[in-house]
Design a protein around this ligand. Structure first.
Ligand code: BG6
Length: 474
């Protein structure tokens, strides 16, 4: 049986991690631009350290990133050479609205994405557009405190309207927010929120989440009105929570972690706050304030499909244990003794992808799309000038096999797969350049030096075959 004939193979990037050119084309400053590399990054992205401007002491890797702003033609040509059916990219909000609340969009910014989509078209690549990949204009953060304010909904919808209308002929696949559940783990990066001393952080996060959920539902409505062909998906950071042991307390804790993440998708896909969230958030005194009509909006405009990132599963123990902690995509979890780990300490668990696919499909019964998956690793150029990234190939092969099993043997409905960072880009979690995911190497080094030259890695040719054989030749 295999993957469907129109399976959407490709790769995924985010504007702030690859474009650079943040002072070009009339672009404004965004939260993602002021997240520094180095020791303060975590405090900034989690909203514990206020940083709304660039200073002299820090390095801001998004400023130049891998300069796709100037290299996009070359890069998309390479995606075309690999046979991409789709390219997931995000729009830098502040290229379109430098402050975020202008009436008129910035034509130069719109033209940039016109050119990007034209390039995709040349190679028969279908764009899959993330409207906001951790992107929030600094001006709106200063004015209203980012997504903690309901005012953000109108600004976001204004952006959506401009995008849906301008790119009506070019784009029919949209994602409203990247990893919407990241708001709970990295609220500044996810939603432009930093905290003042003594604030009720949970309450602010859930209020902001509610605003994004309403905005997402209204974006679905608008997308369908502007073009009935539009398909809109939600996107969350997935990875099933395994209990650390069969001790009921561990099982219970794992269930809570899953619910914390599924909460967002429950609302976006089913259209209402699930009972567990209503009850617990109310008891904790953090249930968001809603306006009359919000619940109807959520109910009326669920998403068309569900997308997620999957890097690893999580292993959860009840509090008070002395088990070792594992790294992994800004989520804290216990170290799973049965798994191997990446150079960054992230667990490697291909079967976990099959488990996640089954869980998500069982829960929502909607088409699914894996929009991120990949191995962040150091790449070395050998004496022949080649990059033999066999570990990456192994990682991807094993995950694709797991997803194949989910499709062929478990009957899950999967639309496509876009691996993360098909071209090297900067890390969202650490801001590092040396953590590379690409099939295409970029000569940009950790200290900022490099020629920006692009180079095909071994995995480039491997992925080309995978796509050409629709996932049969692995
Ligand atoms: C996801 C994000 O959390 O994981 C991406 O959507 C990110 O933006 C990716 O880059 C990998 O994480 P990292 O920290 O290795 O860049």
């Amino acid at each position: 049986m295999g993957f469907r004939k129109d399976f959407m193979w490709g790769g995924a990037t985010a504007a702030n991690q690859c474009e650079g050119g943040i002072f070009e084309g009339g672009r404004g400053l965004a939260n993602v631009d002021v997240c520094p590399a180095g020791k303060d990054r975590n405090a900034v992205i989690t909203g514990q350290m206020k940083m709304l401007e660039m200073d002299e002491e820090h390095i801001y890797p998004a400023a130049e990133a891998v300069d796709m702003y100037h290299h996009f033609k070359e890069d998309i040509a390479l995606f075309g050479e690999m046979g991409f059916k789709t390219y997931r990219l995000s729009i830098a909000w502040t290229r379109i609205f430098p402050n975020g609340d202008e009436e008129e969009p910035n034509e130069e910014g719109l033209k940039f994405y016109d050119a990007v989509f034209a390039e995709c078209k040349k190679y028969g690549i279908i764009p899959l557009v993330t409207i906001s990949h951790f992107d929030c204009p600094i001006y709106l953060i200063k004015k209203w405190g980012g997504w903690r304010s309901r005012k953000m909904i109108d600004c976001y919808l204004h952006l959506c309207k401009v995008l849906f209308e301008r790119y009506k002929e070019d784009v029919t696949y949209w994602l409203t927010f990247n990893e919407i559940n990241m708001i709970l783990h990295a609220p500044f990066m996810g939603a432009g929120i930093y905290f003042e001393e003594g604030e009720n952080e949970e309450k602010i996060k859930y209020q902001a989440a509610h605003h994004e959920l309403v905005a997402s539902a209204l974006a679905v409505k608008m997308a369908h009105e502007i073009n009935p062909e539009n398909k809109v998906g939600c996107m969350f950071a997935a990875g099933s929570a395994y209990p650390y042991s069969c001790r009921p307390e561990d099982v219970w804790e794992a269930l809570l972690v899953d619910q914390e993440n599924y909460f967002f998708v429950d609302v976006q896909a089913r259209g209402y706050y699930p009972s567990y969230a209503k009850t617990r958030l109310t008891k904790q005194g953090v249930f968001p304030e809603m306006e009359p009509g919000d619940e109807e909006i959520l109910r009326q405009y669920p998403v068309d499909f569900i997308s997620f990132s999957y890097y690893n599963s999580r292993c959860i123990a009840a509090p008070g244990g002395d088990q070792e902690e594992a790294e992994g995509n800004l989520f804290r979890s216990a170290k799973n003794p049965y798994l191997k780990f990446s150079q960054w300490g992230w667990p490697i668990d291909p079967l976990g992808l099959r488990i996640t696919l089954n869980e998500v499909y069982d829960r929502y019964q909607k088409p699914m799309f894996i929009v991120e998956n990949g191995l962040g690793a150091v790449d070395t150029i050998d004496e022949n000038g080649e990059i033999a990234d066999d570990d990456r190939i192994d990682y991807l092969r094993d995950h694709i096999l797991a997803m194949k099993a989910a499709v062929e043997e478990d009957g899950v409905d999967l639309m496509g797969y876009t691996s993360w960072g098909p071209i090297d880009l900067i890390s969202a979690g650490s801001g590092e350049m040396k953590k590379r995911y690409g099939f295409i190497y970029v000569d940009k080094q950790e200290d900022g030096t490099g020629t920006m030259e692009r180079k095909r890695k071994k995995s480039f040719y491997w992925y080309q075959k995978v796509i050409a054989s629709n996932g049969e030749e692995l």
